[in-house]
Design a protein around this ligand. Structure first.
Ligand code: DMJ
Length: 640
């Protein structure tokens, strides 16, 4: 290294070099000559390190391509260009060996030349005047801005769009049902209009304080979570002015280049899921573009030793970390296991397999792991690849992982048998170890904790009634059994509502001696406008047409209207056993995305979003089934 000879010998201080833009006088970057030399030194050391590391890297050509088979079905247009797009992945050690050596030599020479060029450029820079350097920096900045703009505008590749039947309609013939559907639509208008007035652009609404609200899952910035989450509900309800209003905000104001740490899972299910559904329903390119921009920002979360993503990622820096409360620094099963549907669609729409590969890697890793009693624990350490605490739940922390195994299979037009098998194995273990009947004959799903079964069921676990019904067809010869199990869970969850003063369900309820389907601790008595019970009613309605599900759904809608509606929107309540409950003053975005959507669908005909064409993500955003036989070319007016 010759760089030390360049260091200044005298102690004379060279005046600071002002490199900041003139419009930001308080943030001007200053750079002294001695610092420039140190920078040059670090740069040289770094380039030399990279050069050296090249020789120690494993020879990737020795690894065969990670062939997952399903790619052909789910992202066909990627495969059509496989060789051209990613020629490196097909190299296999063998007769091509001399060609590899030549290739390696060529790369080495290139690195050497780049290294020398970088050193020369750095030396040249140091000779320039302050003004010259400033002008150069400005030019570089302009170039980057321009490139970013170009990238934003670059159209995504055309892909076959799945056949989109049933994106509107569903008008019920029965007058009473039509009136109920209209009422749900009116509730949606009330929730949306108040958010529009008091919370616009904020993530959520405080309907009593009449101002914006946010929680740490969305980070510190205002990303309009309610707008994105509500779009597809507005669309299917025919609220097109409101939909366009939301679209305009997304076009003009939704910005992901923010220094904000967000939950990867929540952003995926609400934002990416919401944007993709809005894209498929409306055909508006902007939603697809925004979904892809956001997905790119989530990718650094996967940079862990195992490829199991961090729970949170900073959208600007890409730095990830896990929740402080999670066992032994673990990632959460329901979070890293609830990315599959959206990520497969992202690969499908962009032609870039990166998303698909990330989620398939998670699946492969999980398949290789031992499972205590066949159950998946909720915690997995992304550094070590080992399970954390052995806690298994079909409610919070575990729930949507199981849901996405089933829905991966459905979304692939039932070709993803690997996912179906994993789902069947998982629910067999769940049924064996977690599902019990209470003394009073109510079927419930408990939680496995510290080596024993806790007889407590969360509101979140109530979604499983719908999941069992949805997965009945295609099960291991037990369709009738799973439909029945789904109906039993629906009944239990209905009881948890019926045994309260407000006819709204608590956050979790116990089965302990004489206590059945009732919350015991004060901290578990709240209802925050959650959808899971109504979601289960809707699936059961679709599969059985038993009128009790519409009746139960209507009871819940009336209770929400009576106890949660306030002049500024809808609020959760703190105690469902008190006839004069206090409000929590939060209108959750999932109330518009899920609760009201499932209610609307419950009072619609089955031709609206039919289940053989659409699969709902865990935030109730409908995504089309992907299969070549079910696709038609983008731009075909017959599609929309
Ligand atoms: C929603 O955000 C999703 O359904 C998620 O999977 C868990 N539950 C909330 C609403 O309760």
């Amino acid at each position: 290294m010759t760089a030390p000879a360049l260091l200044p010998l005298s102690g004379r201080r060279i005046p600071p070099l002002n490199l900041g833009p003139p419009s930001f006088p308080h943030h001007r970057a200053t750079l002294r000559l001695s610092e420039k030399f140190i920078l040059l030194l670090i740069l040289s050391a770094f380039i030399t390190l990279c050069f050296g590391a090249f020789f120690f890297l494993p020879d990737s050509s020795k690894h065969k391509r990670f062939d997952l088979g399903l790619e052909d079905v789910l992202i066909p247009h990627v495969n059509a260009n496989k060789g051209a797009k990613n020629p490196g992945v097909f190299l296999i050690h063998g007769p091509d060996e001399p060609r590899h050596r030549e290739e390696e030599e060529r790369l080495r020479n290139k690195i050497r030349a780049d290294h020398e060029k970088a050193l020369e450029e750095a030396k040249e820079k140091l000779k320039k005047s302050r003004e010259e350097i400033r002008a150069e920096i400005q030019t570089e900045k302009n170039k980057v801005v321009l490139e970013m703009k170009m990238k934003e505008k670059k159209p995504l590749p055309p892909v076959p769009i799945p056949n989109l039947s049933g994106i509107n309609g569903g008008d019920p013939e029965d007058n009473d049902i039509r009136m109920k559907r209209e009422k749900i639509k009116e509730m949606m208008k009330h929730a949306w209009d108040n958010y529009r007035i008091y919370g616009w652009g904020h993530n959520e609404l405080r309907p009593i304080a009449k101002k914006g609200h946010s929680t740490n899952i969305f980070g510190s910035s205002q990303m309009g979570a309610t707008i994105v989450d509500a779009l597809d509900t507005l669309y299917i309800m025919g609220l097109h002015d409101e939909f366009r209003d939301g679209q305009k905000w997304i076009e003009d104001s939704l910005d992901f280049s923010v220094n904000s740490e967000v939950s990867v899972f929540e952003v995926n299910i609400r934002f990416i899921g919401g944007l993709l559904a809005a894209y498929y329903l409306s055909g508006e390119e902007i939603f697809k573009i925004k979904a892809v921009q956001l997905a790119e920002k989530l990718l650094p979360a996967f940079n862990t030793p195992t490829g199991i993503p961090w729970a949170m990622v900073n959208l600007k820096s890409g730095v990830g970390r896990n929740w402080g409360w999670a066992s032994a620094g673990s990632s959460i099963l329901a979070e890293f296991g609830t990315l599959h549907m959206e990520f497969v669609h992202l690969s499908y729409l962009t032609g870039d397999p990166v998303y698909y590969k990330k989620v398939m890697h998670i699946r492969k890793l999980l398949q290789k792991m031992d499972r205590p009693n066949g159950l998946y624990p909720n915690y997995l350490n992304p550094r070590t690849g080992r399970w954390g605490q052995y806690h298994t739940s079909v409610g919070g922390l575990g729930d949507s992982f199981y849901e996405y195994l089933l829905k991966a299979w459905l979304m692939s037009d039932k070709t993803d048998l690997e996912a179906r098998n994993m789902y069947d194995d998982a629910i067999e273990a769940i049924e064996k170890h977690l599902i019990k009947k209470s003394r009073g004959g109510l079927t419930f799903i408990g939680e496995w904790k510290n080596g024993h079964l806790e007889k407590k069921m969360g509101h979140l676990a109530c979604f499983a009634g719908g999941m069992f019904a949805l997965g009945a067809d295609g099960s291991r010869n037990k369709a009738g059994h799973y439909l029945e199990l789904g109906a039993e869970i629906a009944r239990t969850c209905h009881e948890s509502y019926d045994r309260t003063a407000l006819k709204l369900g608590p956050e979790s309820f116990k089965f302990d001696g004489a206590v059945e389907a009732v919350a015991v601790r004060q901290a578990e008595k709240y209802y925050i406008l959650r959808p899971e019970v109504i979601e289960t009613y809707w699936y059961l309605w679709r599969f059985t047409h038993d009128p009790r599900y519409r009746q139960w759904g209507w009871e819940a809608a009336l209770a929400i209207e009576k106890y949660c509606r306030v002049s500024g929107g809808f609020s959760g309540v703190k105690d469902v056993y008190s006839s004069t409950p206090a409000h929590d003053d939060v209108q959750q975005s999932f109330f518009l995305a899920e609760t009201l959507k499932y209610l609307y669908l419950l009072f619609s005909g089955d031709d609206l979003l039919p289940l053989d064409h659409w699969v709902f993500n865990t935030e109730a955003h409908p995504l089309p089934v992907l299969h070549l036989a079910n696709t038609t070319l983008s731009g075909n007016p017959a599609v929309r």
